[in-house]
Design a protein around this ligand. Structure first.
Ligand SMILES: *Cc1c(COP(=O)(O)O)cnc(C)c1O
Length: 458
């Protein structure tokens, strides 16, 4: 016979978990478990089948169900895909070294909008100004919720009900939902497209300039490339044109970087400083792409334009919270020492691993897996990682992977088991192999991977 809800809730083990989980949730779990058992019993088709009705099993099921119901929907996962700025898996990771400062700003009062020197009201936007000015040599700075918001705010402030000129080759869609033409429409600016998809000349921009033109815009097409017979106007030439007609030139860099990563074997991408030096009046970029900080949209450039943006009511709706300000300032501070930045900002660290370092990481993981004696073919192989986040689309970075082909299990079944396991391992499958790219796996996650593999092969 099945126990009653009252019998289960009176059990010592259940009473114990009531200190951790809300009573209503535990009750719901008990009712569900008993209900499930009841329907299993009524679905029995013959006398040989049995349902496990033991009291201990029911209590255990109730505890597990309560745990699952109370766990957060947003869970830690292990990224074994090798894609560093993985948009689906949370993009950038913050550096461990800033956790005390981050927790302090979250759990204690701060001078968020208070000027300590004067003892009066201050502005949340002042905290990032000095560091960003130092890094970019820009006159002024404004930080908003994300780069989409930054572009929206810039266009709304400078070109509402007026015209903004953009090259046809740069009308991109990024991240599945950000489209330059749609953002333009939302901002109230009128999009004036110039040139052809593969070719835009300076005179195309110049011919389109009218009394109504308030912005010349360049979009860094970070997630696709037009190859072959192409021509694009560089920000330098566009800036000369902007000065001639006294129209601000804005560049949406997408993934903002402060370090020229070509020094570390990646392709050249313009840095924020390059863009400013070449004459852009306003530059916008993301905080959580290759920069490696929290989600944010950073606007740098000429003071006269940024002052206008600060007064725009839209800024209030797009404003960043204190956790973002804290994480961003602490991340940007690391860039003042490039070596420290490369070492301590996870995104940069992962992008700049030497192949020997990856080989060593792969060997360490393989040695731990080998002890399990799994019924599978397991090897270290060469592979390719990606930057991700729509950055450097053609860049494939050499990496080392652990490739696993189970002897008695479908490889997609293995993938599913590990994805749904408590450690939530997300990896790729190809060529009938389950592939773990060590680039994006932390060494302190190795034991979890080994444990989950052992369970999956049982
Ligand atoms: C990614 C990207 C954006 C959007 O940035 P979010 O920070 O994701 O809002 C805008 N423009 C370009 C060129 C991008 O690459």
């Amino acid at each position: 016979m099945l126990p009653s809800v009252d019998e289960v809730i009176g059990d010592k083990r259940i009473i114990d978990i009531l200190s951790k989980f809300p009573r209503s949730l535990v009750l719901e779990s008990i009712r569900q478990v008993i209900g499930l058992k009841r329907s299993e019993i009524s679905n029995l088709s013959n006398d040989n089948e049995k349902v496990d009705m033991s009291f201990d099993t029911i209590v255990e099921d109730c505890i597990n169900k309560s745990k699952i119901s109370y766990s957060l929907s947003l869970k830690k996962v292990i990224n074994a895909t090798g894609t560093v700025v993985h948009t689906n898996l949370g993009r950038s990771l913050l550096s461990e070294s800033i956790k005390d400062e981050l927790w302090s700003s979250a759990s204690r009062y701060s001078n968020l909008e208070y000027n300590l020197e004067e003892g009066e009201r201050g502005s949340r936007y002042t905290h990032l100004t000095e560091t960003i000015k130092r890094l970019t040599k820009a006159e002024d700075v404004l930080v908003v919720n994300n780069n989409a918001a930054a572009v929206l705010l810039v266009l709304n402030t400078l070109a509402k009900e007026k015209e903004a000129i953009v090259s046809r080759g740069e009308l991109v869609e990024v991240g599945g939902s950000f489209r330059i033409p749609s953002i333009m429409e939302l901002s109230g600016a009128k999009l004036v497209e110039v040139g052809a998809t593969n070719k835009t000349h300076l005179k195309d921009y110049e011919n389109a300039i009218s009394e109504e033109t308030k912005v010349l815009m360049k979009v860094h097409t970070s997630n696709y490339r037009i190859l072959g017979f192409t021509e694009n106007i560089e920000i330098k030439e566009l800036s000369v044109l902007g000065k001639k007609y006294n129209i601000p030139v804005i560049e949406d860099l997408g993934s903002g970087i402060f370090v020229d990563l070509s020094k570390y074997g990646l392709s050249y991408e313009p840095t924020v400083l390059d863009s400013i030096n070449q004459g852009a009046d306003i530059v916008t970029f993301s905080g959580d792409k290759m920069l490696g900080g929290p989600q944010a949209g950073i606007i740098v450039g000429k003071k006269e334009y940024i002052q206008k943006m600060k007064k725009n009511q839209l800024t209030r709706a797009l404003r960043v919270d204190k956790l973002t300000i804290c994480a961003l300032e602490a991340t940007l501070r690391m860039y003042l020492d490039e070596e420290k930045a490369i070492k301590e900002i996870p995104t940069l660290r992962m992008l700049t691993y030497k192949i020997e370092e990856l080989e060593e990481k792969a060997n360490n993981l393989l040695n731990k897996i080998k002890i399990l004696n799994l019924s599978a073919n397991i090897n270290i192989e060469d592979g390719f990682s990606q930057v991700g986040g729509g950055s450097m689309p053609l860049e494939t970075i050499k990496t080392k992977v652990i490739a696993i082909t189970p002897n008695n299990m479908n490889v997609s079944k293995l993938e599913q088991k590990l994805r749904l396991s408590e450690s939530h391992i997300v990896a790729r499958v190809y060529d009938n192999k389950y592939v773990l790219d060590v680039r994006t796996i932390f060494e302190d996650e190795y034991d979890d991977i080994v444990n989950e593999l052992e369970k999956a092969f049982k």
